[in-house]
Design a protein around this ligand. Structure first.
Ligand SMILES: Cc1ncc(COP(=O)(O)O)c(C=O)c1O
Length: 418
C-alpha cells in the first residue's frame, strides 16, 4: 500500500467515526475565564458555567497556585530541559515528592508527566524484568477490575503476560476477585491487584477495606504476597474529609497509590506514592520516568502549594463546601424527580438519560443555556444506561447549583423528556 493509500485509509476511518456520531475532535475551545467567584469558561465570547471539570476544589484559579508557579518559573525556567536523571531534577520536584509521600502517609513518591504515564510504567515495572540480568521474579498474576481506566488496561497490555496471568474480576465484585485468588494458589509467585479507587463513570468506589480483608486471608499463600495498586485519580484532593481519597473513605491503605495532579490538585502531572523500595525501583526502571520529561518546575511548585492549601483550614472549608454542594445537588435533583444512574457520594453525579441521542440533545440544549456538560455513553456504560456526568466543584456557589437544576428542568420540558 502506498503512503497516499494509507492516508486515504486513515481518512476513511475518521469519516466512519464521524458518521457514527462518536467523534471527539470537535473540541470546545476556552479562550479565557471570567473573574466570578466560580470562574466561567469563555467560549466564542460567551461565558459558560462548567459542570464537566475534574477541578473538584476549584484550585486551578487559586492566586497562590498561580504565584507559586510564577515564582518558580522565574527562578528555574519554564521547562525541565532534560529528563530527571540527566539535568531535569529541580528542587521543586523533590519538595513535591516529599509532600506527596507525606500526604499519603507513604515512605516515598515519584513524579511522572501524567498519571497515564505513571500507570503504564508502574504496572510494567512491577511485573516484568527490565534487563536479562534483572533479579525480578516475573511469575505474577495480574488481577484487574473490569471497568478500570484505560491507562491501567494499556499498562496490563504492554506487560505482554500470558492471558492466564492477566485476569479480570467483575466490577466491584470482591467475591469474584477472591475466587480467582483462591483458584490460582500454587500457580504464581505473587498477585498484583489493580483497581481504580473512584470510578469515573458513576462516582462509585472500590471497597478497599474488603479488598484488604481478602488480601489478609491469602497473602501468605503466595511466596511474594499480594500487592494492591490503587489508581485514585478521582479520589485524591476530592474524596474524604481531608481529601486523601479512597484510603481515607475506606479507612484502609493501598500498597501503591497512583494519583494525578491534574484533577483535584488543579495543576497537571502524575505520581506514585509507595514504600521506599517500590519508589527507588521505579526510579531505576520506569520507562516513562527515565526516558520522558517530568512536569515543569513551576507546575511542581503550584502542586506543592495546592497540597499546602488542602492541608490548611482553607482546604478543610473547600472540602466541606464540596460536600455541601454534593448534598445540595442531590437534594434538588431528588425533589424534582430526576433519576440518577447511581447513588454517588462523590462529586461525580451521574444523571440517567438512557439513550445516546437524548444525552446529545440535552448537552446541546444546556450549552445554549450557558452550561458545559458531558455524557457517558454505550459502550462505556451498558446499553440503556447513557448518562450525563455532572461534576461538582467547591467553586460552585449555591446559586450556580440552583440555577443549573432550574435549567435542567427547562431543558427537559423543552425537549419533551417528561
Ligand atoms: C482513573 C484515572 N487514571 C488515570 C487518569 C489519567 O490522568 P492524567 O490526566 O494525569 O494522565 C485518569 C484521567 O482521566 C483517570 O480518571
Amino acid at each position: 500500500m502506498s503512503k497516499s493509500e494509507f492516508y486515504k485509509n486513515l481518512q476513511a476511518e475518521v469519516n466512519r467515526i464521524d458518521k457514527a456520531k462518536v467523534a471527539k475532535r470537535f473540541e470546545k475551545v476556552i479562550n479565557s475565564f471570567t473573574s466570578d467567584p466560580n470562574p466561567r469558561a469563555v467560549i466564542a465570547k460567551k461565558a459558560y458555567t462548567v459542570f464537566n471539570s475534574n477541578d473538584y476544589l476549584g484550585l486551578r484559579h487559586h492566586p497562590e497556585l498561580k504565584k507559586a508557579e510564577h515564582d518558580a518559573t522565574t527562578r528555574l525556567g519554564t521547562g525541565p530541559g532534560a529528563v530527571r536523571f540527566i539535568s531535569g531534577s529541580f528542587q521543586t520536584h523533590l519538595i513535591l515528592e516529599q509532600a506527596l509521600a507525606d500526604f499519603h502517609k507513604k515512605e516515598a513518591a515519584i513524579l511522572f508527566s501524567s498519571a497515564f504515564a505513571a500507570n503504564l510504567a508502574t504496572i510494567f515495572s512491577l511485573v516484568r524484568k527490565q534487563s536479562r540480568d534483572s533479579l525480578l521474579n516475573e511469575n505474577t498474576l495480574i488481577l484487574s477490575d473490569e471497568l478500570n481506566h484505560r491507562s491501567i488496561i494499556d499498562g496490563i497490555r504492554i506487560t505482554n503476560l500470558d492471558k492466564a496471568a492477566r485476569m479480570v474480576f467483575k466490577h466491584l465484585d470482591i467475591a469474584n476477585m477472591e475466587d480467582i485468588i483462591k483458584q490460582n494458589i500454587g500457580e504464581f509467585d505473587r498477585v498484583v491487584i489493580l483497581t481504580d479507587g473512584v470510578f469515573s463513570m458513576l462516582g462509585e468506589y472500590q471497597d478497599l477495606a474488603a479488598v484488604n480483608e481478602v488480601i489478609g486471608r491469602y497473602d501468605a499463600k503466595y511466596p511474594q504476597g499480594i500487592l494492591l495498586i490503587v489508581d485514585d485519580c478521582h479520589g485524591v484532593a476530592a474524596f474524604g474529609k481531608t481529601g486523601r481519597g479512597c484510603e481515607e473513605v475506606c479507612q484502609s491503605p493501598a500498597d501503591v497509590i497512583v494519583g494525578t495532579l491534574g484533577k483535584g490538585f488543579g495543576v497537571d502531572g502524575g505520581y506514585v506514592a509507595a514504600s521506599q523500595a517500590v519508589i527507588d525501583y521505579l526510579r531505576e526502571s520506569a520507562a516513562t520516568y527515565i526516558y520522558s520529561n517530568s512536569i515543569s518546575p513551576g507546575a511542581a511548585a503550584a502542586a506543592h502549594q495546592s497540597i499546602k492549601i488542602i492541608d490548611s483550614p482553607e482546604g478543610t472549608l473547600l472540602l466541606q463546601k464540596l460536600e455541601n454542594n454534593i448534598q445540595l445537588l442531590k437534594k434538588l435533583l431528588r425533589s424534582k424527580g430526576f433519576e440518577m444512574a447511581a447513588d454517588s457520594i462523590h462529586p461525580i453525579q451521574p444523571l440517567l438519560i438512557g439513550d445516546a441521542l437524548k444525552t446529545k440533545a440535552l448537552i446541546t440544549e444546556m450549552f445554549k443555556r450557558g452550561y458545559l456538560l458531558s455524557s457517558i455513553n454505550f459502550p462505556v456504560v451498558p446499553k440503556g444506561r447513557d448518562e450525563i456526568r455532572i461534576q461538582l466543584s467547591a467553586a460552585h456557589t449555591s446559586d450556580d447549583i440552583q440555577n443549573f437544576v432550574n435549567s435542567l428542568e427547562l431543558s427537559y420540558d423543552h425537549l419533551g423528556f417528561r
